[in-house]
Design a protein around this ligand. Structure first.
Ligand SMILES: [Mn+2]
Length: 319
């Protein structure tokens, strides 16, 4: 599929995170190295965190109407609803190949390059590049793929970090990725409103059920009070999990829709609790230790439901 084609469309899921966008930029750079014509299509706004990757392969936010492609590759996308806006039909885009590391939510893509053992979609792309003989990688691919892997492993900390992950990290550094640049851009370098938002979110902390459940919340009023946006909420749920003894952390997040306010739920767990079960019960999905859902009820109602589901998962309180 890669060898024969010449015109490639590369994209990633909506509201891209570093794994989705880094994988797309990295794969586009690999294809360029192979002499292919590549269109990197990412219509969404990019968070500040991802800005340091934008120059490696410039993206387009709209496709020219006359564009035709031999194949289309979408990164890190486990469900049809996550496909980017404006993805053209089959006659324009050719076959749709999904590159991913999530267990699939639904049948998306004509072809799948899925490895649920991979720590990130960026790892799947790096292995593909190696197979294609683009190795060592050019820096334009190494930098975004390093970002993808560092982000999805929490800086080589989460259990998906395997010896081979660190070996791949070393090879990406040899190919020109900069570890401090990635760490600063992905995990530090906060804007002042985000820091203030963290303070107000921490203020909502409720610990219950013998210290096993931590609940945090964020409302529209909290966001506007400090001038923060929704991108800045990303990752805040981890502060709940950081508390010693907490097994399930949930962040409840007011989310505007056309008709009113939904509540988004971000879930994290530590240890054996499989919180994807809570997410599924709430109409969402995800991984064992990181999952989420969106409900049409208000924050208070959702909080009661989440607590009930968490108790069902954790069993009766031991204290
Ligand atoms: Mn990912």
């Amino acid at each position: 599929m890669v060898q024969q084609g010449q015109r490639f469309l590369v994209a990633c899921h909506r509201r891209p995170d570093a794994d989705a966008y880094g994988s797309a930029v990295g794969f586009a750079a690999v294809l360029r190295q192979l002499g292919k014509d590549v269109t990197l299509y990412v219509p969404d706004d990019l968070s500040l965190t991802l800005q340091y990757l934008v120059d490696y392969v410039p993206r387009v936010r709209e496709l020219p109407p006359e564009a035709r492609f031999d194949s289309t590759w979408v990164m890190d996308t486990a469900a049809k609803t996550l496909l980017p806006d404006g993805l053209p039909g089959r006659e324009v885009r050719g076959p749709l190949i999904v590159v991913d590391h999530h267990a699939a939510h639904d049948d998306v893509g004509d072809l799948k390059l899925r490895d649920t053992d991979a720590c990130a979609t960026g790892e799947v792309i790096a292995l593909l590049a190696r197979k294609l003989g683009v190795w060592p990688l050019p820096r334009a691919a190494a930098t975004p793929l390093y970002a993808a892997i560092v982000a999805d492993t929490g800086g080589f900390r989460y259990p998906a970090t395997k010896p081979r992950t660190l070996r791949l990290g070393a090879e990406l550094l040899e190919a020109g990725a900069d570890p401090w640049e990635a760490a600063y851009e992905l995990f530090e370098g906060w804007e002042e409103p985000r820091m203030k938002l963290l303070a107000s979110i921490l203020d909502t902390l409720e610990v219950s059920d013998c210290g096993r459940l931590a609940l945090l919340r964020v409302t529209r009023a909290m966001l506007s009070e400090v001038g923060a946006n929704d991108d800045m909420v990303e990752g805040m749920v981890n502060y709940g999990r950081m508390l010693r003894g907490v097994e399930v952390a949930a962040l409840l997040w007011e989310w505007p829709t056309e008709t009113g306010l939904d509540t988004k739920i971000s879930l994290r767990s530590r240890g054996t609790a499989d919180i994807s079960l809570i997410a599924v019960a709430m109409g969402g999905g995800g991984h064992r230790n990181a999952a989420g859902a969106q409900c049409s009820e208000d924050l208070e109602t959702v909080q009661v439901r989440v607590r009930r589901e968490a108790l069902a998962l954790l069993g009766p309180p031991p204290c």
